[in-house]
Design a protein around this ligand. Structure first.
Ligand code: HEC
Ligand code: HEC
Length: 212
């Protein structure tokens, strides 16, 4: 762990300097190096860390990771005053200097081996959630695999507590309510089909039965 600290400091310094090489050219760091700044929360393998609410991002498709980093950077996601976890993620997305580096780190995240998160919900009814998932299926797929053509991310393998939290954020307007958030705006009305937190837990428990 301690070896990560000097590297992140180096990254921070490079960021402040705009990463200018002695010859004056701007250098794009490789995704793996950039990911050192992410590993402190998401882990070296990208599987996340429940105690700090960092989601499992290992193997998420590059198009989705990139889209979310772009949103965090511009404040379309993670800037709402009630978005405690998003506010934690947002400064990290701003460390990256240019579009090329956003793409490079997204490609690295996508290359990490997907790992299924262990279920944690105690009082959820997966069978009851199966009915509610009928609404989600068209975009997220019958196995929660996602659908790039519809901008819908995979849900399979993700921590259940993270998914429930995101559904609450969508419904409460903490995520997806910014008028510039086109894809979040598509998801938001879907969260409204879930009557309460119990319904969210049930549908997420159903999602947790999926495997890749
Ligand atoms: C300080 C801790 C921290 C660091 C460092 C960090 N993140 Fe995050 N990240 C989070 C948290 C917390 C969330 C969940 C935000 C939420 O609940 O809305 C998150 C969310 C994300 C998401 C959204 C996942 C999804 O399914 O929508 C992506 C993608 C992501 N992080 C990528 C990265 C990358 C790439 C880096 C490095 C450049 C990074 N993170 C650095 C804490 C961190
Ligand atoms: C019309 C298509 C559509 C339908 C139907 C839909 N979603 Fe989504 N969903 C999306 C899109 C698009 C996003 C990505 C939003 C973004 O870019 O921030 C998303 C994001 C999510 C996320 C956040 C994932 C993450 O990694 O942060 C969750 C959780 C989610 N959807 C659950 C559901 C559930 C549960 C249902 C059914 C009740 C559902 N969705 C129905 C399109 C849809």
């Amino acid at each position: 762990m301690h070896r990560l600290i000097p590297l992140s400091l180096t990254l921070a310094t490079l960021a402040t300097m705009g990463c200018i090489r002695p010859d004056g050219a701007k250098k794009t760091l490789p995704g793996k190096e950039l990911f050192a700044a992410c590993a402190s929360c998401h882990g070296d393998t990208g599987v996340g860390e429940a105690t700090i609410a960092a989601p499992n991002i290992a193997g998420l498709p590059a198009w989705y990771v990139e889209s979310q980093l772009v949103k965090y950077r511009s404040g379309i996601r993670g800037a709402h005053p009630e978005d405690l976890e998003g506010l934690r993620m947002r400064p990290m997305s701003r460390q990256m200097m240019d579009e090329g580096e956003v793409k490079a780190v997204a490609a690295y995240v996508a290359s990490l081996t997907p790992v299924k998160s262990a279920p944690s919900l105690k009082d959820a009814d997966a069978a009851a959630g199966a009915g509610a998932y009928a609404v989600c299926l068209a975009c997220h797929g019958d196995k929660g695999q996602g659908n790039q053509a519809l901008n819908a991310p995979p849900l399979v393998g993700q921590y259940d507590w993270y998914l429930v939290n995101q559904l609450k954020k969508f419904k409460g307007g903490v995520r997806g309510a910014n008028p510039l958030d086109v894809t979040g705006g598509q998801m938001r009305p879907m969260s409204m089909t879930l009557a309460d937190e119990q319904a969210m837990k049930n549908v997420v428990a159903h999602i947790s039965t999926f495997s890749r």
